[in-house]
Ligand binder design. Structure first.
Ligand code: AMP
Ligand code: MG
Length: 485
């Protein structure tokens, strides 16, 4: 593993140089072997479990790494906090993977920093495993996401509502640039650093914009960031993912799902679904996520205003057309995606009514989102399922079938298109919780590894799959998630 750290070159206003705090007894709990291979992780450490545990808890600093805690601000549930920052995370550095992409390697739960604000800098095993399992599941589903390389138990306890085993999780991200990173400098009126940050972002993520000069470069930057985040939310809607804490500090500029604290999956379809205990107003409910992403992007657009023009009105005029484009872009992309879930190879405006009628039907009958689309997919080749689901979809079923059959593609081709959009397996909340509980109780990784094996093939019916497909007994009515602090 060869580290560099381009972020350090931005200067000390952007971070604190700080080493992870050593832990008592590090043990490798989960290791992502295929990701490790892509990252070309220290080949000399490959078979040295103790060495890997020490490196990925922060006890040993891998040569070339210069750990830093990054500074950022953020709107948390709508309230602006001018300084947040990595309070329990250390960026070890960047590596180039086999495809030539530059990726951040960050430890989380690795001790206190100047940004800890009273927190202990630590992470419990449960949230670390949740991040590993959920991000692996999302990656396999094809949703853009940060990933996890490892979970290392620390041999120390952390104190939350109760005493819990501690862990350090290693996160791999295209970068850790958040909307909140831009807000940190914009809110301080620090235009020099803001500009450096924008140029760094362009160079790292959108080098095709380097040829653009002046304000135009930043307008196009906004456009690219919107494109990535539109795609991200559409993908969340496709698989039923509820992020749970879409604050601007948890919104990545490169369009990846980041921060798996109180996330969950929607079972029974209802846009109002929310499970996070701290989200009492349903701000980040399933069906609210596009609106909230737009809100976050408007905060990002505001950060760019001072780079447009000294005159505020002129600056707004320049950026407004792009900033205001989110809704339309989202709606178009969302409907096309939903159309594919229904097997419409090319989505037509006239499909909208049928699409929303079907969703209404699923909601009215309190049906499971994943199972409904899975069965619809299967119904194209199974008379039995087709007969059964007619009842669920009532007056929508025949028009749907007619629309699907009116295309030039064969039924089998349509089914293949639908299958690519409609997973047979998602990381259902009750199974995630069971696995986290069993892991903490036994101290063994078996339950997590077995679950991961099924989750890594979400569009395929493996022998294992059926064990994790059932709906929860109470329809998740009493389910709650908590911020993984
Ligand atoms: P999050 O809710 O994970 O997005 O975190 C929000 C902020 O709280 C970030 O600045 C974190 O670094 C910080 N934070 C969360 N948990 C802890 C902790 N246990 N110790 C120190 N800082 C924390
Ligand atoms: Mg966060």
């Amino acid at each position: 593993m060869k580290f560099s750290n381009t972020y350090i070159s931005l200067g000390e206003d952007f971070y604190e140089k700080v080493c992870p705090m050593p832990v008592k007894d590090p043990k490798l709990f989960l290791w992502n072997a295929s990701l490790a291979e892509q990252l070309r992780v220290a080949d000399d450490l490959k078979n040295d479990l103790g060495g890997l545990a020490r490196a990925f808890c922060g006890n040993d600093i891998i040569s070339g790494s210069e750990p830093i805690a990054m500074a950022y601000a953020g709107h948390q549930f709508g309230n602006f906090v001018p300084q947040l920052g990595d309070g329990r995370a250390h960026l070890l550095g960047e590596v180039i993977n086999q495809k030539g992409q530059r990726l951040d390697v960050q430890l989380k739960g690795s001790g206190r920093t100047n940004f800890s604000r009273g927190g202990d800098g630590r992470c419990a095993l449960g949230p670390a495993l949740r991040e590993f399992i959920m991000s692996e599941a999302m990656h396999a589903l094809g949703v853009p996401t940060t990933r996890c390389l490892s979970v290392v138990t620390t041999g120390e306890d952390v104190f939350r509502e109760s005493r819990l085993p501690g862990a350090v999780v290693t996160r791999i991200a295209s970068s850790h640039l958040r909307v909140g990173t831009f807000q940190y400098f914009a809110s301080r009126g620090d235009l020099d650093n803001l500009k450096s940050l924008c140029n760094y972002t362009v160079e790292r993520h959108f080098p095709e914009l380097l040829k653009e000069e002046g304000p135009h470069r930043y307008i196009l930057l906004l456009d690219k960031v919107i494109a990535g985040l539109v795609h991200l939310v559409v993908e969340w809607m496709r698989v039923g993912f509820i992020h749970g804490v879409m604050n601007t500090d948890n919104t990545s500029i490169c369009g990846e799902t980041i921060d798996y604290g109180p996330c969950s999956m929607m079972g029974v379809y209802d846009p109002k679904t929310v499970y996070s205990s701290i989200d009492r107003m349903g701000r980040y409910a399933f069906g609210h996520q596009a609106e909230m992403m737009q809100w976050n992007l408007l905060r990002f657009a505001e950060c760019l205003l001072p780079l447009m023009d000294d005159n505020a009105d002129k600056a707004i005029k320049q950026i407004e057309p792009v900033a205001a484009s989110f809704s339309k872009r989202f709606q178009k992309s969302y409907e096309e995606m939903m159309g594919k879930k229904l097997g419409f190879v090319s989505y037509q405006e006239e499909d909208q009514k049928l699409l929303f009628d079907i969703l209404d039907q699923i909601q009215k009958n309190h049906l499971d989102y994943t199972i409904s689309f899975d069965r619809l997919t299967k119904s194209l080749s199974s008379q039995t399922i087709s007969m059964e689901i007619k009842k669920d979809f009532e007056a929508c079923y025949e028009p749907w079938l007619k629309r699907v059959n009116s295309q030039k593609e064969t039924s089998q081709e349509v089914q293949e298109i639908m299958r690519r959009q409609n997973p047979v397996l998602i990381p259902r909340n009750h199974h995630v919780e069971n696995v986290l509980r069993e892991s903490a109780d036994t101290g063994k990784e078996d339950a997590a590894e077995k679950f991961l094996q099924a989750l890594r093939s979400p569009y395929e019916e493996l022998d294992l799959t059926a064990q994790y497909q059932d709906q929860p007994n109470d329809g998740d009515k009493s389910y709650q998630t908590f911020c993984g602090t």
